[in-house]
Design a protein around this ligand. Structure first.
Ligand code: DOR
Length: 444
């Protein structure tokens, strides 16, 4: 039986090249919700729910390959359940959670723990396993066993793997299982005590600066190390113009290198730290937001295909921690709920890319990065999972606290006016988020 009919939307599926006005029919069974038909004017007979998608984009469910869900260990900031609520509120149907939890996700048991918790949650949650035990950079983890348990990538995110010897071993092991290594590119001796980008604003405040080269030397090093290994290597939250250029050259040489950009690195400069002469810890993030020329270069990197993935780096922290003086406040900001509107502001509104490209950066590309395409995610296909995001490309809304579904609200984007929003999120055939009740009605 057709459980759900989404009518008259602009169906964009970059994986197949589809971009047309059509209906999408979804059926549900014990095995979950599946797309059963795509086409014009599908029959409404026997349909239990119709969504009028006129004027909306119907996209594959959005995928965020880089979030922090804080469980186990810091459940006051976020849990796997609350983070997945934030995800569906932002239009995401699948997220990959980073291993910098307490304890770190560094063994098969903890990979299984995430899957166990994720069974009760809104969106699909996939764990990224740590490359080194406790993310300390000293001993390699059981990468093959973690991969078998379901880790969809490896990273010590939050920290770099500083030792070149250890990095080589990790790249070799990850290559052997055919997975991806996602590097947090931060040379630690260049960033000791650093709070924000090294530039005019850090000088103004007398704060220790974080130079671009701290990111760039790690990317250069890893690409060189990886030449004889051939692991899929992914640069997380790229922040500097130089980093974009390094990745561009490596890709031009045909190396297996990819990179992601985050909303804040696409939109904010280090001036966001200066709130009427007082340093604003809400804009403190690792790697730091930099200067206009870097923002422009990251955007250009997306536009020319150097950066193929968008990722929020959703990093919840408590209000009291973020209220500390900037030197001792933690790095990070939340991102899931506002991400789509922010990506559109940075990339669609200035005309840098079109809708099919934006959707590819959020669906088919991250699915391939983390092997989620094997489960049929990242595309709209007959017989495939009914993970769908309906996007209003022309609306006016404000990212305010009421729009936040997660546990934390640490973002400098609160109060921003946005023109694009995920209005319906469907995971496995179930409507888990709908902004406007009118959109999801019974047939009448
Ligand atoms: O700003 C950040 N916060 N960057 C990271 O890499 C880690 C994250 C966190 O876990 O808070």
């Amino acid at each position: 039986m057709t459980a759900l009919l989404i009518r008259n939307g602009r169906v964009i599926d970059p994986a197949s090249g589809r971009d047309e006005t059509a209906d999408v029919a979804v059926a549900t069974s014990a095995a979950g919700g599946k797309v059963i038909e795509i086409g014009p004017s599908l029959s409404t007979t026997g349909v239990s729910r119709i969504i009028d998608a006129k004027g909306l984009i119907v996209a594959p469910g959005l995928i965020d390959p880089h979030v922090h869900l804080r469980e186990p260990g810091q459940e006051d900031k976020e849990t796997i359940a609350s983070g997945s609520q934030a995800a569906v509120a932002g239009g995401f149907t699948a997220v990959c959670c980073m291993p910098n939890t307490t304890p770190a996700l560094d063994c098969p048991e903890l990979v299984r723990f995430v899957y166990d918790r994720a069974r009760q949650t809104a969106c699909r949650v996939y764990p990224i396993g740590a490359g080194t035990v406790g993310r300390k950079g000293e001993a390699i983890t059981e990468i093959a066993l973690m991969h078998e348990a379901g880790a969809v990538g490896f990273s010590d995110d939050g920290d770099v793997i500083a030792s070149a010897g250890m990095m080589s071993r990790v790249l070799t092991e990850v290559a052997q299982v055919g997975s991806v290594f996602m590097q947090h590119c931060q040379e630690p001796t260049l960033t000791r005590g650093a709070v924000m980008h090294a530039g005019r604003v850090s000088t103004r405040f007398g704060l220790t600066g974080w130079p671009r080269v701290a990111e760039e030397v790690i990317i250069e090093r890893d690409i060189r190390l990886n030449k004889g290994i051939g692991c899929r290597y992914h640069v997380q939250h790229l922040s500097s113009a130089g980093s974009v250029e390094i990745v561009r050259c490596a890709r031009a040489e045909g190396q297996p290198v990819s990179a992601e950009a985050s909303p804040h690195h696409l939109l904010l400069t280090d001036e966001a730290i200066d709130q009427d002469g007082v340093p604003n810890a809400l804009a403190k993030v690792n790697p730091p937001i930099r200067e206009r020329s870097d923002v422009d270069a990251v955007r250009a990197g997306v536009a020319d295909g150097t950066i193929t993935i968008l990722a929020t780096d959703h990093a919840p922290h408590t209000a009291s921690e973020k209220a500390r003086p900037i030197e001792s406040a933690p790095f990070g900001l939340i991102g899931l709920e506002g991400a789509l509107g922010l990506y559109a502001k940075a990339l669609i509104e200035p005309g840098l890319i079109d809708w099919p490209r934006l959707i590819a950066l959020l669906t088919v590309n991250p699915a391939a990065l983390c092997g989620l395409d094997k489960h049929g995610l990242g595309r709209i296909a007959i017989g495939g999972p009914a993970d769908l995001t309906l996007i209003d490309p022309d609306c006016a809304w404000t990212l305010d606290e009421a729009a936040l579904a997660g546990k934390s609200c640490n973002t400098p984007f609160l109060g921003w006016s946005l023109g694009v929003r995920a209005v319906v999120t469907i995971v496995n055939g179930r409507v888990l988020h709908a902004v406007d009740a009118q959109l999801a009605s019974a047939p009448g």
